[in-house]
Write a protein that binds this ligand. Sequence first.
Ligand SMILES: [Fe+2]
Ligand SMILES: [Fe+2]
Length: 145
Amino acid sequence: MSMVVWNPAWETGIPLIDQQHRELLAQFEGLLVAIHENHADDRIPPLLQFLADYVETHFSMEENLMQVVGYPGFAGHKTIHDRMRARVGQLVEAAKGNPATLTEEVIDFLTDWLLRHINEEDRRMARHLQHADGHQASPGPGIVP
Ligand SMILES: [Fe+2]
Ligand SMILES: [Fe+2]
């Protein structure tokens, strides 16, 4: 059964970001399936740790991109990332003690949060990054190749 399906409307148009978003969703899917099949499954802690590591890789990549182009929304975006880092960290700790404490509601909340973030803040950031890229690629004002 498929609980999290990638929606093409979430594409940011930046291949590296979109590829990582799809991978995050795929990892979420694996976690949700494991939880659905058996709440006390011993696959859950390693799946969740893997997801947490990937979340960190992804957030750091986005934060680097934002800093490189001087994105004005950087501080707000990073604050949201930090909240999600904390939330994922709490889930990892909870799963180490007792995977059964990871209820579907908690995961659903996190999924919704991440998806909303991708659809809103990440797409806003991507529009700015694409604009910045265009300027870097341009030979200069007024010069049309
Ligand atoms: Fe993202
Ligand atoms: Fe983000």
